[in-house]
Ligand binder design. Sequence first.
Ligand SMILES: [Zn+2]
Length: 462
Amino acid sequence: MATIFQNGLVVTMDPRRRVLQPGTLVVEKGILVEVSELARRGGASDTVLDCRGRMVLPGLINIHAHTTEALFRGCATDLPFLQWLLERNHPLLKQMLPDDARLAGLLCGLEMLASGTTCYLDPEVWPEHFAGVAQAMETIGLRAGLALALEGGSGYNMEPGKQLVSDEGPAAQLDAVLAWHDAADRRLQVWLGPRVVSAIDRPLAGFMREAVAGLGTGITAHFAEVEEDVREIQRVHGIGATEYLEDLGLLGPQMILTHAIRLEEADLDAIARTDTRIAHCPASNLKLGNGFAPIPELLDRGVVVALGTDGGLCNDTYDLLREMNLAGLIHKANYREPRVTPAEKILEMVTCDGARALGLQDRIGSLEVGKQADVTVLDLRGIGWRPLHNPIANLVYGSATRACVDTVMVDGEVLLQEGRPLHLDCQSIMSQAQERSQAIVAGIGLSDAVRSRWQVQERAER
Ligand SMILES: [Zn+2]
């Protein structure tokens, strides 16, 4: 019993970057067993998906997405960064019950699925939300790295002496979620997510180094998103932020640093020298007014850079297709040089480079025989795709929207077909999310604050 993708434009992202037109994928037991330009008829027990007029890609990979923030899309608009974080982000997330985390996971996962994402990394899952998020991902069938939120101090963005997440200690926190590691046929993995680099102390660093060696995953932290983070490290430790991380033994391929905006030459060199990975979230950096990460300079040094959408409070979407578009555009203007981020490089960021950043390059990130069957199919027959000379250029620079996502397969299972999720009740998830979000916002007195400044006239009874 095989599933066969026929007649599509197959962009393999294999080491030779072969593009097959038309190409064929054959999937058996969740694994790609054939990727070729040969036509395949298929037997009576096989499922044949005709991909004529469609582009077949490796499933897209989002390496920085806060799942629980999905419940608060649109609740923190046009605010200065620290006000955004301390007056909206933290208070809203703190009100969530375990089942709200599951609901947020369904809402967020649904949106990722519908925009062609098959795998993501949540950089900061609070202990009390972990099981809910993991359950939601198990239900939906997405591949996910869930980084347990950890702290070894307050960091630049909390009052001194205060911590945001449970102070049980990292070992107990990790023990409580370990059952999710390699769960759901190994689609779920536990990562470690110290919130910000200025909230990592030496004992936490030691704990994390040892723990990820056992887990076989990695660590991810928000880094140099704002000047305050870098300044706090300098103030407390008397050295630069990257130097501090290297001193703690935390730079290397097992570390994904997110944002990485406020970097000096020496930081760029250290990141490149140690093969540390970078998560780039252009929409979040733009919306929060935090500036431009020096992505072209990191790419010049050969650093692995992949993309993230960040969360519902700072983007406010989980659509990687839109993120690709922004990543492709903003650095051209910032450097006044259109050649710095070519379309092909942007597509690598959400496929093979995303897989490398997650250490999953042997399993996902390209369409090659022996890899897991994570596949995204885009329909190129709709408005906005013609003329079609260079499909990668159309994909990155404007033709691709969520509306053209046709089919999504994860681990050999079709989860979305003709744009519709097959196993989820979308309307029910969305109406429950609306209800719970409104209740939480009202519960902490933010209803007026989150509304538009424009007065809404409600219909009066005659
Ligand atoms: Zn983030």
